[in-house]
Structures are given as C-alpha cells and as structure tokens.
Design a binder for this molecule. Structure first.
Ligand SMILES: Cc1cc2nc3c(=O)[nH]c(=O)nc-3n(C[C@H](O)[C@H](O)[C@H](O)COP(=O)(O)OP(=O)(O)OC[C@H]3O[C@@H](n4cnc5c(N)ncnc54)[C@H](O)[C@@H]3O)c2cc1C
Length: 466
C-alpha cells in the first residue's frame, strides 16, 4: 500500500486538533486532519456548544416567567428547543468544515492507529485502509468519561451528559451527580425546563475546583434558585425501577439514605483514552495513565505531540486551542520563551462564575503581600438595566508591584468579563494600567475597572472604607 506523506498529521478533529491543523496549514505545512466521528469533537457535538445553546434558550424561558411586566405562563415546545440546538451545532460544524477546506487541509474520516512512530494506519468507516506518514504528529484525541465503581449509564433512567443534552424528556425529578462546571450547568438547564433538581456532590462544596469563598457564594445563589444540594454525599448505586424511575443509594455525611427520582444524570470523571491509537507500536510511555510530555507538549518520541483533553486536566476547549497553536509554533521553531499561560475556568448559567490566576488564599500561601479590590455589580449602572445585579468582581494584586495575581468574578457575563483579566495578566498590565483605561459606560466591564480602583480606596460608585 502506497504511503501518503505529509508534514503534519493531526489525529482528532475537536477544537485542539482542528485549531492545530488550521494553524499548521496557514504556516505552510502540508497537513492532514483525521477524525473518527464528527468534526468539532466533544466541544461542538457533545459539550460546550450544545450546553450553552440550551442554557441560553432555557434561561430565556426563566427570564420570561420571572418578568416584572409579562403575565401568563409559557408553553415549551421541546422539539423546537432541540431543533435550534441541532441547528447551532450544524452551523458550527459547517463553519469549521469550510475553514478546513478553505485552508487546503486534507480532512479524512476514520480511526487512526500507529504502525510505527511516524506512520499511521487510517481505517475508514467502510473498512478502507490508508497509510499516512509525517515527521510531526499531533495527538488531539480527547478524553472519555468514567463513572464510579458499579455505576453505568443506560440511556433510559440513568443518563450521561450526552443523554441530557439530547433532551430525551423533561423529568419531573432529576438527580445530578457531580457539582462541577458541567453538572451545575445541566442542573440549571433542567430546572429552567421545570424539573425539580437535586445536585449530589461528594466534596465539601459545589464547584470543588474553584476557590472556597467563590464556590460558597455560588452555592447560595443555587439555593436561592431553589435547587437542592447534597454535599459530602456519594452515590453508591442507582437501580432502575420496573415501570419508571430509579432508586439512588447515597452515602451522606449523616449516614446512608435512599431517594427515588425519575432520572439520574452521571457527569463522571474525564480521562485521556489512547486505546484506539495502538501506542505499543511507538514506544510512547505513560505517566499516571497520561502520555508523558514536556513543556512543548512533545512526548518522549521526537515529533509526536499531545494536546488538549488528551494531556489530562483541566478539560477545557480554550486550553486545547491554545496548546494546538503553540505546538505548531514550536514545530516551526518559533517557540516563545516559556511564559506562564493564564487559562480561565468558567461556569455558565445564572449566575456565571469565572476565575483566572491565584485566589486570595493561594496568593497568601504563595507568600505574596497582597491587596484585594472588590466591586459589587449592584453599584454598576448596566447591571440594573439588565435586571441582573447579583455578584461581584474581585482582583487580587501584589501590594508593591501592583501586579494582578488573580481575578474572580461571579455575576452577569462573568465568562465574558474574565477575558479582560486574562488580557491584563497575560500582558503584564498592572493595576495602574487598568485604572488609566477608559471603559465604556454603562457596561458590566466597568465593574472590573471599579474593582481595580477599589484596591486603593478609589472606586467611584462605592463608599470606600479603605
Ligand atoms: C457537557 C460538556 C460541556 C462542556 N462545556 C465546556 C465549556 O463550556 N467550555 C470549555 O472550555 N470546555 C467545555 N467542555 C470540555 C470541552 O468539550 C473539551 O475540553 C474539548 O472538547 C477538548 O478538546 P480536544 O480537541 O482536546 O478533544 P475533543 O474535543 O474531545 O476531540 C477529540 C476528538 O478525537 C477523536 N479521536 C479520538 N481518537 C481517535 C482516533 N484514534 N482516530 C481519529 N479520531 C480520534 C474523537 O472522536 C474526538 O472527536 C465541555 C465538555 C462537556 C462533556
């Protein structure tokens, strides 16, 4: 079989893989992108895009229901909600497909596996085999979900996130296992649709990967929304009941309880999965079940790189995109000196939560002498006009140098506003730099400006006490 030769093979068509392929081709590399399922990967087809579309549409419903001046309840057309979500996903996939084609990237569907460390065998869905080789291979193969021991989804009463996104039905009662980013987002989607939702989390707080205070504020918001939350509680078993529903056995801090719900959603733990790749043909080694790679994302085999979810946590699309672009620059010899990358963590819904860099506690524990500036959205003109003034912006900075060490936001459009913080931190703009910037008025972004001012007791729309 003839071997097709390329400069770059990218395995996996998610945000990490397609961004790397686009950047590679833009920079003149003869590039092939291979994907075993659907272009767009988890993000476009099962993750970021469908969940944010559903959140938007169901929040709209809640906003109408809670409106000060509209009267009468809304009737939901579930089929239309599903159709719009599908249209958004198709639109995004089509857009990416056009860019792939427009950049002269060869895109092939099929499962890739190594035959040696620079040769790949690609098996298409109809069984056709192709042999491809390249001096550079990027593995952007994502991660798969694992559930606790003895727990498994069945697509009926025990749902995966894919089942939940498919909106198979609106259950009267839903238990969401796991209060991480995805758990709380999906819980809100179903609550907006009218389900009575309980979130069950084994850690001591919701959003366990976030700062304790921020997570606690968030928990209060969820409780105010009448979401039930069981923390320090582990699902032991989920047994479907003849007829309908599922019985959950839960180990809580106060002992074992049983609860019957119509559906249970297992969010699970994501883990890189390289099974399909036949790594033994390469000599690549794993460390704690994750491919061993250096600061340039190059594995212990020269020319083989790994990016995105396949590198392990955090499992974030923007991390995958950034790493994909970085690797291409590295392949082309344009590696910028290893600077710290500020990668935000975001939760969508109402309220939104976003953070980047160090929390107050982390900064103190790292030995920094810090100052903290806060500004509550209640003092921001735009928040009132959009009827959403709960939450605040917190900026943690180093006292002497005025370097911004971290930013945390809870409130309206936190996931948009956090990019201001990323821009500032990535480019070394200090508090003075923020203070001398003109922010449009009225805008939520002014809360970021005011938090910077408040660090030194200079906020305008706040009675400063320092
Ligand atoms: C419900 C949910 C919501 C999410 N929301 C967000 C969010 O709001 N923001 C955010 O940043 N992240 C979010 N994520 C995470 C985000 O989707 C991932 O971090 C992101 O998709 C990772 O990109 P990737 O390119 O590394 O991998 P993926 O997007 O997983 O792509 C990997 C691709 O590789 C393909 N592949 C694997 N093996 C082979 C092989 N041998 N041959 C060919 N192809 C192969 C797979 O089919 C897959 O399409 C969410 C995830 C979920 C599940």
């Amino acid at each position: 079989m003839a071997i097709q030769k390329y400069d770059l093979i990218v395995i996996g068509g998610g945000p990490g893989g397609y961004s790397a392929a686009i950047r590679g081709s833009q920079k003149g590399l003869k590039t092939i992108l291979v994907e075993q399922e659907t272009l767009g990967g988890t993000c476009l087809n099962r993750g970021c895009i469908p969940t944010k579309t559903l959140l938007h549409d169901t929040e709209f419903l809640t906003a109408v229901r809670n409106s000060y001046f509209l009267r009468g309840d809304m009737k939901i057309n579930l089929q239309r909600i599903i159709e719009r979500k599908n249209m958004v996903m198709e639109g995004s996939r089509g857009w990416v497909q056009n860019i792939i084609t427009g950049n002269n990237i060869i895109y092939l569907q099929g499962e890739a596996s190594f035959t040696n460390s620079n040769t790949i065998e690609l098996k298409s869905v109809d069984g056709e085999l192709k042999t491809l080789s390249a001096s550079n291979i990027i593995l952007a193969t994502g991660a798969t979900v694992h559930y606790g021991e003895g727990l498994q989804t069945d697509g009926e009463s025990i749902w995966s996130t894919n089942d939940a996104i498919a909106l198979k039905s609106i259950p009267r009662t839903l238990a969401v296992i796991g209060a991480g980013n995805r758990g709380v987002e999906l819980a809100q989607i179903y609550q907006n649709l009218g389900s009575k939702v309980v979130i069950i989390e084994k850690e001591k707080n919701v959003l366990p990967k976030f700062d304790w205070d921020l997570a606690s504020r968030y928990k209060k918001c969820l409780l105010d929304r009448k979401l039930n939350i069981l923390i320090r509680s582990t699902l032991v078993s989920a047994i479907p009941v003849e007829g309908s529903g599922v019985v959950l056995k839960i180990e809580t801090a106060k002992g074992k309880i049983e609860q019957k719900v119509e559906k249970v959603l297992l969010t699970g733990q994501r883990q890189p999965d390289y099974k399909s790749l036949n790594l033994k043909a390469t000599g690549l080694s794993l460390k704690n079940r994750i491919l061993d790679f250096d600061s340039n994302f190059e594995t212990d085999q020269k020319g083989i790189y790994v990016i995105g979810d396949a590198t392990g946590p955090p499992f974030l699309a923007h991390k995958a995109i950034q790493q994909g672009m970085y690797v291409i620059d590295h392949i082309l010899g344009n590696t910028v000196s290893q600077q710290q990358i500020f990668c935000p963590n975001c939760v969508y819904g109402d309220p939104e939560v976003a953070s980047v860099g160090l929390s107050e506690i982390e900064a103190e524990e790292s030995g920094y002498d810090i100052k903290v500036g806060e500004f509550r959205f209640v003092g921001n003109g735009r928040s009132g006009s959009i009827n959403n003034d709960t939450g605040l912006v917190t900026i943690i900075s180093e006292s002497d140098s005025k370097t911004v060490l971290g930013v945390q936001i809870i409130g309206p459009q936190a996931t948009e506003l956090i990019s201001l913080a990323c821009l500032v931190m990535q480019n070394g703009i200090d508090l003075n730099g923020i203070k001398k910037t003109v922010f449009s008025h009225p805008s939520l972004a002014e809360s970021f400006f005011e938090a910077a001012l408040n660090t030194d007791g200079e906020a305008i729309h706040l009675l400063n006490d320092n």
